[in-house]
Design a protein. Structure first.
Length: 229
């Protein structure tokens, strides 16, 4: 993030001094400034998300993003530094609801319910964000620049979700390695079904695949499938 320029200092008569503000006034002024900054950033991010999805990275110019957000090009650079940083922040913000909902699902004390909830969080997210996810897949396939830009955040998210699933499974298995292998299998099937849904969006087939995945999870949770437990 680019730092704000320093305020003018000194006693230059061309810049009349303002009267000192009371501490409460200063606090309210700073709060308003922070709020305005956040709103401007959100407008830019919303505009960037729409244009990146529709046009891809190379086709979405800073000028077009600024125009859609109702700000100047310099404001975009001021808040995000450059186009690559804006793209990464747009992608990160898109994932925030998923990350937050995963965290809430892990608060459930029942291990079997944690796994079911994680499964549900994943399904809801990929359903609600289908257009954006389709755009991401297209970027990764078509653009080496985007592939390199998204590689790290995608794998960080994947690894964290796999760890969360593993943690949900640990109380159900005697060996941690079994929980880890099962978690990786479940996550891999979820990712695979996501790609199949993009390549073959037939609603009936999608429902069947999801039902099959749910049945796999149910089988994992059955005591008879966990050895001595």
């Amino acid at each position: 993030m680019i730092e704000e320029p320093p305020t003018l200092q000194g006693s230059d008569s061309r810049f009349p001094r303002s009267e000192p503000q009371a501490s409460g006034d200063v606090h309210r002024s700073r709060s308003r400034a922070t709020g305005d900054k956040g709103k401007t950033q959100q407008r830019i991010l919303d505009a960037a998300a729409g244009l990146f999805s529709a046009r891809g990275y190379d086709g979405a110019s800073i000028a077009a993003i600024a125009s859609r957000a109702g700000v100047s090009r310099s404001a975009v650079f001021w808040h995000f530094g450059d186009k690559s940083s804006l793209f990464r922040e747009t992608f990160r913000r898109m994932l925030v609801p998923f990350v937050e909902e995963v965290a809430r699902s892990l608060e459930d004390a029942d291990p079997s319910q944690r796994l079911i909830q994680l499964f549900g969080v994943y399904e809801r997210f990929v359903t609600e964000q289908r257009p954006a996810i389709q755009a991401i897949v297209r970027w990764v396939i078509e653009s080496e620049t985007m592939r390199e830009s998204l590689r790290e955040p995608i794998f960080v998210l994947h690894d964290q979700f796999a760890r969360d699933v593993r943690e949900a499974l640990l109380p159900l298995y005697d060996e941690p390695d079994e929980a880890e292998a099962t978690a990786m299998g479940i996550v891999s099937m979820l990712h695979g079904n996501l790609l199949l849904a993009i390549l073959d969006p037939d609603p009936r087939k999608d429902r069947i695949r999801r039902a099959g995945l749910r049945r796999v999870v149910e089988r994992v949770l059955e005591p008879s499938d966990r050895g001595s437990k």
